[in-house]
Structure formats: C-alpha cells, structure tokens
Design a protein around this ligand. Sequence first.
Ligand code: BGC
Length: 842
Amino acid sequence: MLSKLLSPLCIIPFVLGAPAPSAVTLSTPGGNVPATILGPYSPVTTSFSFPLTSAASSATSSASASTSGVSTTGVITIPLSSYSFTPYPTPTLNPRPPIYPATDPLNPPSVSSDPQVVPDFAPAWSAAYQKAKYLISDYTIEEKVNITTGVGWAKGLCIGNIPPNKNFPGLCLEDSPLAVRSVDYATAFPAGIHVASTWNRALMRARGLALGQEFKGKGVNIALGPMMNMGRIAQGGRNWEGFGADPFLTGESAYETILGLQNGGVQATAKHFINNEQEHFRTSESSNVDDRTQHEIYAHPFLRSVMAGVSSVMCSYNLINETYACNNDKMLNDILKREYGFQGFVQSDWQATRSTLSAVAGLDMTMPGDTTFDSGDSYFGGNLTDYVNDGYISMARLDDMTTRIIAAWYFLHQDEAYPVTNFNAFNSKDEVNNKHVNVQADHYKLVREIGAAGTVLLKNENGALPLNKPRNLVLIGSDAGPGKFGPNEFPGQDGSDGILAMGWGSGTGDFPYLISPLEGIQERARQDGSSVFWDFDDWNTALAGNMAYGEAVALVFTNSDSGEGYITVNGNKGDRKNLTAWHNGDDLILAVAAQNNNTIVVVNSVGPLIIEPWIEHPNITAVIWAGIQGQEAGNAIADVLYGAYNPSGRLPYTIAKDVVDYPAQLITKGSGSNIVTIDYTEGLFIDYRHFDQANIIPRFEFGFGLSYTTSSDTDQEDLITAWEYGKASPIAEGSSTALWLHEPAFQVTFEVTNTGPVSGTEIPQLYIHHPSSASEPPSVLKGFTNVEISPYDIKQVSITLSRYDLSIWDVVAQGWRKPDGQISLSIGASSRDFRLQGDIPI
Ligand code: BGC
C-alpha cells in the first residue's frame, strides 16, 4: 500500500537550462539545536525629566569646560526605553558552527551566491568590549567625553576626527561610499547603485574589500559608508550612493559591502539611519512611517548591516515620526541596539545632533563635534561632562558610549599597527601631512568589471549588439567625451560636461583619471580598423543628425545627474527636479534616430528616466543603461558594446512610463523653518511593489535586463510580460500554439514515499484552482505523471506547467490570459483526494 505525497511542495518558475532543485526536503539550519533564549525583556516606557539646554548659546566645546553650559530654562520629557542608561547584552555567546560560526571581521565567511552561513560576531565583540573597558578604566569623565566628541569642523586631517587620549591614538573618519574622498592615489569605484545592479554578491564583496584596503592604506579608521537609503523617491538626490529601491537587494548589497570593507581593515558605517529619502528639507522634514513599513522596508538593510558586524551607524538629519533621528530613542535604543543587538556606536551625521540628551536616546558620538560648523561649541563636550556630573546622564551611559567607540576600534584590530592618517582632507597643498600614499593596487580592473557587470541592456533588436567590426561609428553627445578641464573640474563633482561617472556631494571622491567612451571605443576601433567620428555638442541637433546620417552605427550618449542637497546644480537642489535626460538628451536622441536606422542609445544616469519620447523609435536598435561606473566608465561601456562582456546587469529600480506612476513623489513645498511632514502613506508598496499592486505597466520593471544570449527573444519577453500583467495573448497565425505560451514556465516538485513493503506505481495528479474571478470549475487537471517506486523508497517528482496551462480563454480579446488573482494548485491521488497544496508564484 502506498502512502504518498507527504513531503514539502516546491514550486519554482522554470528556467530553461537551469538545474532543477536538487532536494525539496526542508532541513533546519544548524540541526535541531534549541535557540538561545535571551533574558526576558519587559517593555517598560519610563519618562525622565531633564533640564533643557539651550546648546547653541551655552554649550562649550571642551570636555573640561565649566558647568555654566547647562541652563535650567525649562523641562522636557522624552519617553525612553528601560535600557537607555545601561549597555545592552551581546546577542549570543554560543556560536553554533557550521551555520553560525564565530567570526572575526578580518576573516569573514567567503562569499557565496546563496549564503548559508550566518557569521556570529558576538564573541569578537565581547573580546573587544573587555579590552575597551579595561582601557577606559582609568579615564576621567572629561577623557571619556572626549572620545565621544569630534574635535570640530576642519580642525583635524579627516572629515571627522576624535582626539587621541593616553594610549588611544584617536580616530579618523572619512567619506565616501565609493572612494577615499579628498585624496590622490586612490581609486574612484562605481557607485553603490551600480554595484547593486550587478546583482552579484562576489562583486559587491570584492568592491567592499578593495575600498576597505584603500581606506586602511590612507590611515582612515572609519569609512563613512555604505549608504543604504531606499530610493523611495525616484528623483531622490542621493539614490545613486545607495543600492536601489528594494530592501532585500539593498540589504544584501550592504551586507556584502560591509563584510568586504571590514575585511580590508576599516570600520564601516551604515548610513543614514533612517528615512533620509529626499534632499529637500532633509534637516527639517519628519518622515512619518508606520512600524511595519519601517521594519520590512527601511530598517531591513540596517539589520543586515548589523548581521555583517558593522562597526558604526550614522543617524540622519531628518525627523522620524516627529523626533529627530539622532535623538530618537525608538530607532536608536529600541530598534537598533535592543532589537538588532547592535554592539558598535552611533555617530551623528554632520551637525545632525540636536541636544545633549541625544546621548540617552542612543547617540554615542557627535560629528564633526561642533553644533554648527565652526560654532566653537558642542552638544557633547563640556555639556555632556556637565550632564554627567550633575546626574542627568548616568556614568553607566557615558561608559557605554566610550566603550562602544573604543570596542569598535579593537573589534577591527586597529590597535595592531594600523597606519596613521597620511593625508589632509581639507588641504591638498599641505605637503607636510599629504604623504601621497598610493593605495590603488590593481583595483582599476575591478572597477572596469563592475562597470560592465552593472550595465543593463534594455533593448537589442536586429542583432544591433554586440558590435561586430562596424565599418564606422559616430559618437554623439557630451556624455561620450571627456570633461573639458579633466575629471575633477567641478568641486564636489557638482556638474559634468563629459561622461558622467559619479553624482555630486560628500559621496564622491577625486578621479585619478576617467576613461571616456571615446577613449574606450577608439581603442577597440583600432583593433577592428573602424573609423570613428564624434560630435559632443548636445544642443546642435541639426549637426548631430547630419553627423549620424549614413554611418554604420550612431551611438548617442546622454545622462542625468543628482547629488547631496547642500549643492544645487542647474536648479536641481540635490534631488532631480524632473526625470528627463539632461543636456537636451531626448531631442538629441530623436535627432540622431531620425537620420540613422542603427541608433544605439547609451545612458549614464543616477536613477530612472522617462524614456517614452524615444524608446519605441524603430530606428533605435539598442539601449544600454550604463549607470554610474567610476573611473573606467568608457572601457566598461566598450566592453559591453563589443560583447567582451555579455550583459548581465539588472535594473535596481523600475523605469516608469510616467513620473506619476511612481508611488511617492518628491516634496518640494514647505518652509525651512517649519517641520515639513512627509507621510509614507504608500507603506510597503514602494517601486515595483506598487506597480504590481496597482496593475501599472512600467516601461522596464525592477530586475529587468537582457543579455546577448537571449536578445532574439525580445518579442517573446514582451508577450510574457503582458501575460503576467493579465493581458490576453494577441490573436495571430499560430498564436495559440506559440512557444512562449507552451514552454515550461513553472516547475512543481514534491516527493512520493512508499511506506509499504511492496513495489508499485503511483499516479500523482496536479489540479489547478483558478481564482473566483475566472469563473472556472473549482479544480481542473493540468498535469500528471507515473512514479514507479520500490518498498519504503522516496522519489522526487516534478511536473511542469506552461502559461497556457494557467490561462483562460478571453472571448472578447480572443486570446489566452492569466486570470486576476492567485492561482493555486493541489497534488493528489484523485480529483477529490488532495495531499499537497501550493500557490503559483506570479
Ligand atoms: C552627509 C554624510 C557625510 C558627512 C561627512 C553629510 O553631509 O550627509 O553622508 O558622511 O556629511 O561629509
């Protein structure tokens, strides 16, 4: 007697050529070891009363300053969690290899395409805490406070500096997420958004490691990256510094980047915590976010950062639910330190500290130290000393702050012959401190590889790409050439008149050099004997058309830039004022396409653009989304154009047909003196989640990207996308027997067990249950197989389903269509004897 179909059911979209899942039996990671239960936590909300400090007028910058900084002009009450004054325990000290190996940040688990190992940093943190506690055991209050207080704006060699004390050499904090900022002899890597669009963990890790090595070589203790805000707003000025518009992709990118950075020796900083999603009003807006959305979307990448052992977290400028981020007990103490078990320290964004009492809300370090640049006073410093002396802030809390900062330094082994700072970030002409240490190694190779791997092929028709020894090519648009005065002509990269390979603001670095597309393509053209022409004038569209006319390939380049809000470029106050290509891009592309039926568009953009004016133009045969590639941009573009690199990049955000299709819009109206309210009413439905939910067809969806091996299937892919959105297949010759409709699309895998002593054959049957909107019978047979199985044996069985199997006939449209709603299925021994259930994942 057979007892069958008892094991888990696994349904996966079927990919031709991809290996079938090797097993479907679920096992518990780490075996059946019971989870470590931490001591009971009873949430208690207690109110404490403090004297109010008017810091700007009365704070002092030195820890030893008198108590006159404290005034008792009023009383504020802030709700604090019960743990606010005491350190949190380390999450677990019982590492359970092999899934949870005890891990040192200098020796992280190797990168895996499907990570199975969860590094446990708790023992390393614990050892670091012991050393830190010992080190500060003879520190005075003032000395402890000095460890928490930056020396003040531009008062040290780095963008942020903690002074030395006794045996502790002090700390150098330096930007940015893509380079060691304000130095020479360092590499300008692709931006965060570009490495995210590789969807390749090994490249994310390698970039982190190379960056970490460069920071260490320059004597930086704390790198101010990665940045992991979420791209909630398509125009968000700093989106390119981060990893795209999905929490999982951002979380994995952050995780790998941090493991890499810290493996290189430098402390990483996860920033900006949290909800700094636009540059307009970044210091005066309250992002109002519900708890579930906060956890599932915006905080998730920070959770992954903590799991990567991140040493520091930077709180952001904005308010969250009406409380400033650096003063936010809920976010810093309750979520980050208690719930996530974060063992490192929280530093403020530059001038984001708003109060001495931020210390009890979870802030450990104020940066750059003064309340406002050059003000000469500090919310910490003398004020913090006074607050501790007067008992408003406990010694335990000050000890915790100091311990966390010094423990992070031990955690990264920076007490062991770490290089001293060898540059002056504020003065490139300072020949005493600028030692010009070359830390670049051969990282340019990685830059080129990531540049190509993050490039997304959006359109490729008539075999336009890869280029095959074209007779000639014309390159049109300023983005194809070098900047007029070299790659660093704009301070803070606040503009570009050549190839765009970085946004602007603090998230930048100086380019050692920058390969333009002209240079990359010419080098290759030399090999092929092709003639190369160019025209970098974006505004003379008549000339562009003339130049393109009659040439074998017309490559037209455009871009779109954005950056940090303290700089405005062409009316873009950090955030982009629209989603239109810069430098006359749309008109330039159309002018070229009007004259050349092999027009290939290359876009270097910080984020999505509306490309409706030209994307369907029949003369535009290919589109390459080349992102923000760093110093090897031109070579990376040439590698993709010529097929030296088969495109594998995928969009880390959705490209909409219309800006209003995006779920959340940039807020530009409000007054800097009032708090601007930004309600995250879209909740969980950012980017593609909204397009899916609201049934809006984007131009190119999140995760989209072609490669040369599938480029001939573009028409089929369009049909599949339309089908997934519930559109009926168009009627035509052979439309009902079309390959895309009948190819295997989903694979259902399960196990059949013979629990008896006799061999036999079982007939597993697969029934589809359409949603009620389809008005189909409750169960319809769509698959079966026969399984011969010996006594007590288990067999893994698969049944595949096509799109046709899941479709209903649409009488009006005369085509096959997926019904609205969830399609489920059952596997059974008859049409009434179901043993397993599942949902189709579309
Ligand atoms: C930015 C941070 C940066 C800091 C130091 C701030 O304006 O928001 O990302 O690390 O400056 O430059």
